[in-house]
Design a protein around this ligand. Structure first.
Ligand SMILES: Cc1cc2nc3c(=O)[nH]c(=O)nc-3n(C[C@H](O)[C@H](O)[C@H](O)COP(=O)(O)OP(=O)(O)OC[C@H]3O[C@@H](n4cnc5c(N)ncnc54)[C@H](O)[C@@H]3O)c2cc1C
Length: 280
């Protein structure tokens, strides 16, 4: 049970959602955008979030879009993770998203909700970190804006108050012409938060790119690590060991595992993934 009153709005358009947010702020309320609701409701129950109104984005058609016209692959932020997997428009995203939570939770959790979570994992972001062409479509007070993913992301998707994520886009050819591997390592159970999740992608004639979740407090991609992993003159084992020594930040120690164990698991998983990628 949520121990305080919560106003609920369900706009049908982007403009109505922006309008609702503005009106609520002018009424000195504290609104939040709401998608699957799993995180907002959990945080509300334990009073870990200071909100008194939610604006449910799921009825807005542009947040439910899913299409690939051969040039651009576009996925709405309010698609649930099970829908992303069932549509399977981008197999790398399917492989990564399909290991988030359990099936029942994935039927609620949305793509946008995962990317904008306060939790450190946000595993669905990994494929987007690997694509030069990745873009976000944002609803802002100045209308819809499309920006490069890399310009909006540092350790999180940086949206201004009142803005929300409408959809994500990648170049269809870039997304399709990839060899990829996505691996999630957990402490014990198949379903858990990651010790480390690694997504590797390699275009037909290009460098290996790697993105990581669980290693530290936010998902990341590092060009230095890509460079190390792409040096095919060295064995996968040597490259994986070197990559782990050159991560941009130290591994975290938490309830899922110590920093040393994370390094160990990451190194051996990376080595196996590189071998698989290069043999495929
Ligand atoms: C049982 C369970 C297991 C989980 N396991 C994993 C896991 O293995 N890996 C992992 O990465 N995560 C995991 N999660 C975390 C989950 O992915 C996040 O909590 C995610 O935020 C939930 O998405 P949602 O759609 O329910 O978000 P909501 O609760 O609706 O929203 C979460 C946050 O995102 C904001 N938001 C949502 N959509 C938008 C939008 N379009 N634009 C702007 N802001 C928006 C909301 O305002 C809120 O701040 C798990 C969660 C549960 C409940």
């Amino acid at each position: 049970m949520i121990p305080f009153d919560l106003f609920y709005y369900r706009p049908d358009t982007v403009d109505e959602a922006l309008q609702a947010y503005g009106d609520l702020v002018r009424q000195h309320r504290h609104p939040a955008f709401y998608a699957g609701g799993t995180e907002i409701l959990t945080r509300s129950r334990v009073q870990d979030v200071h909100i008194d109104a939610v604006i449910d984005l799921k009825a807005i058609p542009s947040l439910r879009i899913h299409r690939d016209d051969g040039q651009t692959l576009q996925l709405g932020a309010a698609l649930r993770l099970t829908e992303v997997a069932d549509l399977n428009l981008w197999p790398l995203l399917t492989a990564t998203a399909d290991r988030i939570a359990d099936y029942t939770a994935r039927r609620q959790i949305t793509l946008g909700g995962n990317l904008l979570s306060v939790l450190p994992y946000r595993e669905a972001v990994l494929p987007f970190l690997l694509m030069d062409s990745a873009k976000v479509e944002l609803a802002t007070q100045h209308g819809l804006q499309t920006r490069r993913f890399a310009d909006v992301w540092d350790t999180a998707l940086n949206l201004n108050p009142g803005e929300f994520l409408v959809s994500l886009r990648v170049d269809s050819q870039e997304a399709r012409n990839l060899t990829f591997r996505s691996h999630k390592m957990t402490r014990l159970d198949w379903i858990d938060y990651p010790l480390v999740t690694i997504a590797l992608a390699q275009p037909a004639s290009g460098r290996v790119r790697a993105a990581f979740s669980g290693w530290n407090s936010y998902p990341f991609h590092s060009s230095t690590v890509d460079q190390i992993l792409s040096d095919v003159s060295r064995s996968p084992q040597a490259r994986a060991a070197d990559a782990v020594s050159n991560m941009p930040m130290p591994a975290v120690s938490d309830i899922h595992g110590s920093a040393e164990y994370r390094q160990f698991v990451t190194q051996y998983t990376l080595s196996d993934m590189l071998t698989e990628l290069e043999e495929s």
